[in-house]
Structure formats: C-alpha cells, structure tokens
Design a binder for this molecule. Sequence first.
Ligand code: PSU
Ligand code: MN
Length: 311
Amino acid sequence: MNRLLIADEVRAALAEGRGVVALESSLIAQGLPVPHNLQTALDAEQAVRLAGAIPATVAVDGGRLVVGAGRDLLERLADPQSGAAKAASRDLAPLLARGALASTTVSATLRAAHAAGIRVFATGGIGAVHRGAAHSFDVSSDIDELATTPVAVVSSGAKSILDLPATLELLETRRVPVIGFGVDWLPAFYSTATELPLPHRVDGDREAAELIELHLAVPGAGGILLVQPPPAEVAIPYDEVEAWIGGALAEAERAGVQGGAVTPFVLARVAERSGGRTLTANIGLIVNNARTAARIAVRLADVPGSTVFGT
Ligand code: PSU
Ligand code: MN
C-alpha cells in the first residue's frame, strides 16, 4: 500500500521541475490559536503562490502521509474539536497505522518532504534544545531529523522559549549548517537578533539557492538551516520577550507540563502575557518565511544541478 499521498498539483509541479515549498502543520493544530491558525496556514500558502511556487502543507490523515493538504484537511487540522495529534517523525508509523488525524512537526514534515522529492521547507521556528535540557533531556527531534534529512529549512531560527546558545552548539555537533539569510546574527524568533554570531551568510535568493544546490550535492549531506529575522514591523525587543518567557516557563513547570505539550503550552502563555504581540510576530514571521522559501525554491528550480563530487 502506498502511504504517501502527493496532491496532484504538487506532483505536477515536481514533475515539471517547478518550485515547491513544504509547510508544516503543527503550527496549525498546536502552535496557533483559532482562528489565526487556519488563516496563517492559508496566508502562508498564498505567499508561496504569489512568489511563483506551489505550497505543499504536510499532515497525517486516514492512514496516509499527505503532501499537499487540501482546504478540507487544513480546516480539520485547525478545528480543536477534531483533536488532531502532534506527529514528530517517530510518531508517523503508529499514527498512520491507526488512521489518525495528525499535524506534522518539523521532524515529520522533513521526512515527508524528502520522500516526495521536495527540497525547500518553511516553518516559523524549529524545535530545539529546551531551557533546562541538561536535566529534562528535552531536545526536539527536529535537530536530529535535520541532521540526516537532505532538505533546506527556512526559519527564524529556533523559538526563543528555547535555549538558543545550546541550540547553536547542538546544530554544530550534529553538523547542520546554519546560514544567515542576509544576517550575521542568530535571530531570536520574535526578536530581530541575539548576540550569537552565525558561521555563514548568504545574500539574496539566488545565492541561497546556489548554496542549497551545492550543499545537497555534498556526499552524505543532511539538511541545511537558513535563518532570517521576523519582519521589522512585528519584531519585539529581546528583553521584553524574555520577561514573558520567564513567567511562562515557570507556569509550565508548576503545571507539570511535559513532552510534546511543552512547546504549545509555553507559546500560548507567552502570547497571553504579551497581550497578543508574540502572536502577531509569530504569524508575521511564518508568512514571511514561506515567502522567502518560495523565492528560493523558484531560484533552485532554475539552478543547474551540475555539482558533482566525482572521482
Ligand atoms: N514554529 C511555530 N509554531 C510551532 C512550531 C514551530 O511558530 O508550533 C512547532 C513545529 O512544528 C516544531 C514543533 O517542529 O513546534 C516543536 O515541537 P517540540 O518542541 O515538541 O519538538
Ligand atoms: Mn520536546
């Protein structure tokens, strides 16, 4: 049985060598509140189309790994009544086996994108090393999946509710290149920059596409992470965000939240404490990352795949 269901439009675009951008769906089912979740998913898809590429939102439904969710599936994912599960890559088989409805996190979306032959993927921020991970061992599987799956991810780095210095260290250990898209410093998700320098940078879609083509051709290549700040009009100063995050993390600890529930819980509490400002920033950066990914995907479709490492 073929468990991979690629939407006709996505399949045709891939066959014609056009730009395609994979999008995750955990931000729809767990990351953002109603009604912003569905609207953001549609806006991200629209941004991809306006930039000339085809969006492929990934999810799990009816025993299939869907690449290119239709409107109906997006609506079900966005509806809390439908109780969509959160699928990281390790959950794919169990959720497929029981025909569950599930969103896909970055790790599961990476697997799906690669299986479908998609090379560019956009998200808000990857999951990474949680604060206190030295004791809790809570490190998102997104990092290990990125290390082994040859797909380019366009993001605003890792969510700043996480431990960003430790995340950069772990990305280095797992040999994931972190590339500033027009920036030299790691963005802090809701905020423009941290004081953490990035090892590499590209300027513009064309340079990004050329680097991605080359990286994916390197023998044994895994993924590559491109990072860009949120749009200036929605970015929030770092110190302000830090205060909300501190309070939200303390709440999570008091409430005994664990595992996959941690990220959605903390994101929701930070949004509350900020009076919705982090929500506006989160939405803005998701759509902006989708747009940038689409521009890069369009360029990538034009870059001659001529790199070889021959003997
Ligand atoms: N970015 C957002 N909102 C989100 C996520 C990313 O702006 O909700 C999701 C992604 O799907 C990411 C997941 O893979 O959070 C990480 O979850 P965890 O920390 O449990 O690995
Ligand atoms: Mn976790």
